[in-house]
Write a protein that binds this ligand. Sequence first.
Ligand code: FAD
Length: 343
Amino acid sequence: MRIAVIGGGVNGISSAVQILEYLKSTGSPADVTVLSEAFSPNTTGDGSAGLWGPFLLSGTPTARVHRWSKHMHDFLAQIWLSEDAGEAGVCLLPCLGLTTTNMDTDVFWKDIVYGCRRLTQKQLDQLNVGRAKKYTEGIHYITYTSEPAKLLPYLMKRFQANGGKIVQQKITNLEEFITNSEYEVIINCTGLGSRECVKDNGMFPIRGQVSRVKANWLYYAFMDESDDGNYIIPNYESVVLGGTHQKNDYNTKVCPNDKAFIVNGCRDMLPSLENAQHLSDWVGLRPGRDALRLEAEKGGKKIIIHNYGHGGAGVTLAWGCAKEVLELLKHELEARNFVKSKL
Ligand SMILES: Cc1cc2nc3c(=O)[nH]c(=O)nc-3n(C[C@H](O)[C@H](O)[C@H](O)COP(=O)(O)OP(=O)(O)OC[C@H]3O[C@@H](n4cnc5c(N)ncnc54)[C@H](O)[C@@H]3O)c2cc1C
């Protein structure tokens, strides 16, 4: 059976790894190819900090988000405890989520992260000393970062070591590709690209601009969750300063006004950043959708599974969504009377 995964971002590669590793574990013939217009370091995730956290997911049902993001958290915990942690760029990080407005401190994912608790007024008062902005609510927890600039090469290496193939190719029309190609199973993980290749007009960009600085003294994530808030997320070798979330904005150029908002806002949050060496600026377009699409197409001879529209949480959900892609694939094969042992 020939399987094509379209899209070399964090969701495509995670799906490809899980399908291939499953096939190998059952001793079945494994022929899995990832076809993509771009690969790391040129995917949407590559500039992101890869902080675990459900964010900008519109109407995607909470129960699904909880399930997918828990699987990713468990996967990251496993990697963090393994010899692969450094190569995969998985770090354990304490986080402060703060707001100057109202915030739901009873977050639905509090049981997934470690030690999640609401800040007391006394703790907020301590944090507010010497700050122009006064925080009114906040939570503290510990979770992982898995910066895709490291996680993606690690996963691609894992995929290729098992015989997975990588092909650089743009699919302009998925329907034509399904009809004309020899692949029997096609997994669509093209993110925002689904707007063109699947003609899904529900897809829209959520533009994100960030800066990276060198600030090796920082081991804490600070996130101002107010609507116009900034965030500071340490990665392995640099610290990400954010950020914007501009809906329907396709501009992939660095905007000086956004940069000023990011750098000044983060310095207000943490004055020690004044002396941090500026490394780079980056813009990415998050794949926005009213709700994430993870489903198998009904009917048809071939098996088609869609996995796109991960908004601002594509890294957070990747392993969980890939697990569900694999479950759907197994289910479709059984429903179509493919011999179980063949898979
Ligand atoms: C500034 C910023 C910060 C972020 N921070 C975080 C964070 O801390 N944590 C988090 O969880 N998420 C974060 N995100 C969101 C996350 O990066 C995305 O949700 C995630 O990268 C989406 O992954 P994906 O694989 O679905 O899509 P993409 O990464 O966009 O990958 C899509 C792939 O499909 C390929 N493709 C597209 N169209 C075609 C086509 N027609 N034919 C062939 N190939 C095609 C592309 O080349 C690409 O390889 C952030 C995003 C931004 C912009």
